[in-house]
Design a protein around this ligand. Structure first.
Ligand code: SF4
Length: 225
């Protein structure tokens, strides 16, 4: 990273970690995805059940290969051959695991996470269920405020994920949420009846956590979207 830009990014990361801490969420910085993976291995407990949320970031750093090690009891929602019913059961089981590992759509410098989901299983686990939640995110997920978080979700996360998942949404075709074209704003949920095949069906703000439940690993690389 260009050194001057790096200084700004470091300030933003420090501010974010400090404010996460005030919300009972432990923030940790590592420079690279490789180091994030090494840290993840130290955090996982052999023998415990582990679930994951759908995440490009986890794929990019190799987290799934790590968690598939037989020393962990991985609830593998990606196992080949799962039909819709079996996948649903795996997603349910992920909500009841000892440890849940996930990415995030956004982290605010104010010390909160803002996430949207279609199915909602990832949001369920963020809110309640797993004893521990480990969030891994590139620094590109940091935004100043909740309003910036919503704009990022509607202009980056949702369109890119809709394309990745082959969904027929307005944002997949136009690169931004339909809300913007309907009324000039970027609302989290567009008017009823618009975007019926939508990705943004549920939204969760993680504003505070019980001490020790959640750790957010911020990586000094751009990861996911
Ligand atoms: S509401 Fe629909 S168009 Fe808007 S970001 Fe979500 S999926 Fe895309």
């Amino acid at each position: 990273m260009e050194p001057n830009l790096g200084k700004i990014v470091n300030m933003r990361i420090s501010r974010t970690i400090e404010n996460l801490g005030k919300n009972g969420i432990k923030g940790v910085y590592v420079p690279t995805g490789k180091e994030a993976l090494a840290l993840l291995e130290t955090l996982l407990v052999p023998g415990e059940t582990i679930g994951v949320g759908g995440s490009v970031t986890l794929d990019q750093i190799g987290a799934l290969e790590l968690i598939r090690n037989p020393k962990y009891r991985f609830i593998d929602r990606y196992e080949k051959g799962l039909d819709a019913e079996a996948l649903h059961i795996r997603r349910q089981q992920c909500v009841m695991t000892d440890t849940f590992v996930t990415g995030t759509n956004t982290i605010t410098e104010e010390g909160a996470l803002y996430n949207i989901d279609g199915t909602g299983n990832r949001l369920c686990a963020l809110v309640f269920g797993p004893k521990r939640v480990i969030v891994i995110a590139g620094y590109n997920k940091i935004v100043p405020t909740m309003e910036n978080a919503m704009l990022r979700i509607k202009n980056v996360c949702a369109p890119a994920n809709a394309i990745r998942l082959g969904m027929d949404t307005y944002c997949a075709k136009h690169g931004h949420c339909i809300s913007r074209d309907l009324n000039g704003r970027n609302m989290m949920f567009p008017p009823a009846g618009s975007c019926t095949s939508r990705l943004c069906q549920n939204a969760v703000i993680t504003g505070r956590q019980p001490e020790g439940r959640m750790i957010v690993v911020i990586v000094g690389e751009e990861l996911g979207y």
